[in-house]
Design a protein around this ligand. Structure first.
Ligand code: UTP
Length: 258
């Protein structure tokens, strides 16, 4: 089944990149000449996603402005004959069918996904974390969508992280399936002790999920950090149906950490 919808959660507080994120959302921090979220929207569009819902909040309206038309700027560029620059500005505004929804309280990534339930409806969908830019030839989310198609199971984008860092992320128990693809058998969000570490594989930045995840999220208790954790819901999904991990090709830039 073709994945047509994507959620970009971008309503987090970004405390790890203060003071940069105090008034500029971390999702708007640039890599060279584009804000992070533009790379992410481009990745989704290049993977054939047709509708995007950005989860935002009251302090992040600049993300909406970025993908909107900019009449005064466009007029000035047109009058000055700077048509190449004008095209850049127009391309951003016409990039995709983007919708926005506010997360009124920062209750966690799981909560940010849960409020998108009505947008998603009853079909599988992609999640692209708003602070994880992945640069590569093939869009990372497209690699996950292919795996969803092939296995018919939820798919997480996974990578190995340095040993000392695993406590900040999720940790997965995995079994190799085929090239870059794994069966996920268990997971834990932010392990506290070395005994809790299942492997150095962690879910990083991308997943493709069945709509069943919404029912699971509704029943999932508040987890690590006092937040509703998407990882906790994915663990239930893993136990019920199984999940697949794809060690995607591409270089990841975490805009949420220094
Ligand atoms: P993170 O946990 O990396 O973001 O969430 P954070 O909460 O902003 O981080 P710190 O710990 O305060 O630095 C991954 C993605 O999920 C979004 C974030 O914006 C980020 O893109 N998110 C997180 C939400 O949309 N809502 C939330 O309640 C939490």
């Amino acid at each position: 089944m073709k994945i047509k919808k994507a959620i970009i959660p971008a309503a987090g507080l970004g405390t790890r990149v203060l003071p940069a994120s105090k008034s500029v959302p971390k999702e708007m921090l640039p890599l060279v000449d584009k804000p992070a979220i533009q790379y992410i929207v481009e990745e989704a569009v290049n993977a054939g996603i047709e509708e995007i819902l950005v989860i935002t909040n009251r302090d992040k309206t600049v993300m909406e402005d970025h993908f909107d038309r900019s009449p005064e700027l466009e007029q000035k560029l047109a009058e000055a004959g700077k048509l190449d620059k004008l095209q850049i500005v127009l391309d951003v505004a016409n990039m995709a069918n983007i919708m926005y929804m506010r997360q009124k309280e920062t209750k966690g990534l799981g909560h940010a996904v849960l409020i998108a339930k009505a947008f998603v409806g009853n079909e599988p969908f992609a999640v692209l974390y708003g602070d994880d830019v992945i640069i590569g030839e093939k869009p990372a989310i497209g690699q996950l969508c292919d795996a969803y198609d092939k296995f018919g199971l939820g798919v997480a984008g996974i990578k190995q992280v340095p040993e000392g860092d695993i406590y900040k992320y999720s940790s997965l128990a995995v079994e190799p399936l085929q090239d870059r693809t794994f069966k996920i058998t268990n997971m834990i969000e932010k392990p506290q002790t070395p005994q809790e570490v299942l492997s150095l594989y962690s879910i990083l930045g991308r997943c493709v999920l069945p709509p069943e995840i919404f029912d699971i999220l509704e029943e999932t208790p508040i987890g690590a950090g006092g937040e509703l954790q998407l990882t906790d819901a994915m663990r239930t999904l893993t136990q019920r149906r199984g999940m697949v991990g794809v060690d995607y090709e591409g270089k990841r830039y975490d805009m949420g950490s220094k």
